[in-house]
Design a protein around this ligand. Sequence first.
Ligand code: ASP
Length: 342
Amino acid sequence: MTDPLSRRSFLGTAAAVAAAPSLDARFPAPAVIRSSQARYAAVASANGIRGVTKAVELMTQGADTLDAGVEGVKIQELDPEDMSVGYGGLPNEEGVVQLDASCMHGPSRRAGAVACLEGIKTPSEVARLVLKYTNHILLVGAGAKRFALSYGFKEEDLLTPRSREAWLRWRANRGRDDDWVDVPAGQPIGPRPTGTINLNTINAKGEISSVTTTSGLAWKIPGRSGDSPIVGAGQYTDNTIGAAGSTGLGEANIMACGGFLTVEHMRQGMKPTDAALATLKRVLAMAPPRLVDERGRPRFQLEFYALNKAGEFGSASFFPSKYAAHDGREGRILDTAPLFPR
Ligand code: ASP
């Protein structure tokens, strides 16, 4: 009987392993063609139109892709009028604003995140500190706050008069059988508001980063974390392939690891928009029946934003929507590719 792995063939194998090209070279991104002219680009949820412009401006001045992305999303975190992110974000059912954020830095292959962070206006900056200065990836709740305070962040009331009023109105009108007297509303309470900002960046060297930050679902159960601080769900970067992130119903996205899956779809050769559409199909396939209507359509909205190593970008959503993108020349609001008509 011959030795299945003779010394000769073993040595040959060992030599082949030693001489093997790097992992990246052995598993190259098949259909992603590096543009001959390197370019800056940024793609984000529609509320990121100022953010993509800021991010590209900073990158062209030499800023790192993650730093540029964080500066981009901070515009929304600090804007009291954006009730989906940071300061002025809608609170949980007890009226407490709990913020989630995560980020990834492609070149250094690092990630950082915070969940249920209270009292700090810019969770994206705290997530970046977790990435830069710890061996951890996700800090939550009181520990995340103490971590932020140790770096000199100021604890502040994140409710604005407008977001407090929206919460009080929700509490007063949430059910007929509760002990809160209904408030006759000038305007009826609308659908449960959601919102978030995801922003993905690439610079002229092909370095990629992603960041997502949110106040999460309005009126959520205290302690609930959505997809935004979950690396692989709310955002994901592989510096050899691209980046992707999401806004919309976090629970549905977590089930499909949508950020990661979208990057994997790009690894298989799909363009960013097609990759995002393929992810939405998987999310729907994984969604529990109560989230799907009788026609097989989702009862919720979810959107993905993606860019690849060539600086190409795109976005897809269950139902028609908008997104923000900057191609290195100008920032624009564009239509997402919807899986279903409205
Ligand atoms: N994805 C966020 C969450 O589930 C909410 C949103 O994007 O609207 O917390």
